[in-house]
Design a protein around this ligand. Structure first.
Ligand code: PRP
Length: 183
């Protein structure tokens, strides 16, 4: 037990379950992307761990980019406004993009990014998210590849944070309410 485990109410997906799901997802994506010279774009920070695993699970010839956005809101929800704080470093005209996210929640972030990449000339923009929380959707957007559909609970680990902590938990868990009480 590490010192963070005591803050976790329950484990939603174990390290092994995540690894197995990513293997299957990677194989599915391989079939779709093998002739497409895809560019994988990870949305920092939350997706950094998933990115590392999914690109190795999908053995297509590809390259990677990183984009960072800040969405206005608090620890519980984002608002509609999204700002790019670190942009991608190459021309994406005509490229087939696969945006890699840790979680699709309200949809504000991916709705904004999909539009942004299309405006920049991408040939296609697919979305791959490890977690999908459709119950919270505020924008009309859906992912093409989904790891797990999750209930509306406060999930952390495997990249997902609470106040920038818990990203390095190897599993995905639900945070104990007393940890974030008073917010
Ligand atoms: C999280 C997550 C997505 C976004 C999803 O990022 O990584 O980017 O929120 O929420 P939405 O669908 O409601 O827009 P966060 O803003 O917490 O930053 P982080 O990636 O640095 O954790």
């Amino acid at each position: 037990m590490g010192m963070m485990d005591q803050d976790i109410l329950k484990v939603l997906y174990s390290e092994e379950q995540i690894a197995q799901r990513i293997r299957d997802l990677g194989a599915e994506m391989y079939e779709d992307l093998k002739d497409k010279d895809p560019l994988f774009i990870s949305v920092l920070r939350g997706a950094f761990i998933f990115m590392a695993d999914i690109v190795r699970a999908c053995q297509v010839k590809s390259d990677v980019e990183f984009i960072a956005v800040s969405s206005y809101g608090n620890a519980f929800s984002t608002t509609g406004a999204v700002k790019i704080t670190h942009d991608i470093q190459q021309d994406i005209t005509g490229r087939n993009l696969v945006v890699i996210e840790d979680i699709l929640d309200s949809g504000n972030t991916l709705h904004f990014l999909k539009q942004y990449f299309i405006t920049k000339g991408a040939a296609s923009v697919s979305i791959c998210t490890l977690l999908d929380k459709p119950s919270r959707r505020a924008k009309a957007i859906q992912a093409d590849y989904i790891g797990f559909v999750v209930p509306d609970e406060f999930v952390v680990g495997y990249g997902l944070d609470y106040c920038q902590k818990y990203r390095n938990l190897p599993y995905i868990g639900v945070l104990k309410p007393e940890v974030y009480q008073g917010e």
